[in-house]
Ligand binder design. Structure first.
Ligand SMILES: [Zn+2]
Length: 217
């Protein structure tokens, strides 16, 4: 049994980026927690105010987590669009690592277009420096807005695709504006056809940042 921590800058990144792999962990008997750093209050798209949007997205995140079978979701309520590796947040994540001792941590990769996504790995690396948990967890970086170029890990998610897409669809506040279900399905299909060979039709891919520095791809 592995303990798996998923760090998600906004509610929905975890389902879009690694929902299939999360479902696989759950069905393998692993214990999965999701830490959502901001509640995505800027994602109201003119339909709702910030506090209403944040509350709605947190509810959606709980529904998505339930669909994936995730046992525990935490909200750190940092500023959407202004995520920084501040001291308090570093300490909270370090504490999480030291007390729960995850074997694997998923986080967005650092070349993502969104600055909050880019900030997440910096934050994690500083938290790992504070935590000094030994052996250090494996750190795998996922893609959301910006496809990865270096692929260290390819996970066949064909059996879990439907569940992943259902989890994404739970974010109705976001999917009503952009068709993230179609986008995620398209990327997973591309990854499956181009990279998961011979094997699955659908895949998720990850870059390994376990040693703090990217391996050459
Ligand atoms: Zn995001």
């Amino acid at each position: 049994m592995h303990r798996v921590l998923v760090i998600s800058p906004h509610p929905d990144d975890e389902s879009i980026g690694c929902g299939g792999t999360v479902r696989k962990h759950v069905l393998d008997g692993d214990s999965v927690r999701v830490a959502i750093l901001t509640s995505g209050e800027k994602g109201g798209h003119g339909n709702a105010g910030e506090s209403e949007t944040a509350a709605r997205r947190e509810v959606e995140a709980r529904v998505a987590a339930e669909i994936l079978g995730v046992e525990h979701v935490e909200f750190y309520r940092q500023k959407d669009g202004g995520l920084r590796a501040n001291k308090r947040l570093i300490e909270i994540i370090a504490e999480q690592i030291n007390t729960w001792k995850p074997h694997i941590i998923y986080v967005p990769h650092p070349a993502e277009q969104h600055p909050d996504h880019r900030a997440a790995l910096r934050l994690l690396q500083r938290a790992l420096g504070v935590a000094k948990h030994s052996p250090p967890p494996r750190v795998l970086a996922y893609e959301i807005w910006t496809p990865l170029q270096r692929l260290d890990e390819i996970v066949d998610i064909t059996p879990y695709l439907d569940t992943k897409l259902q989890a994404i669809a739970a974010y109705n506040s976001q999917c009503s504006v952009m068709d993230f279900v179609a986008a995620a399905q398209g990327l997973a299909r591309y990854r499956g056809e181009m990279h998961s060979w011979p094997g699955g039709k659908y895949a998720e891919v990850f870059a390994d940042f376990s040693d703090g520095r990217p391996r050459r791809g």
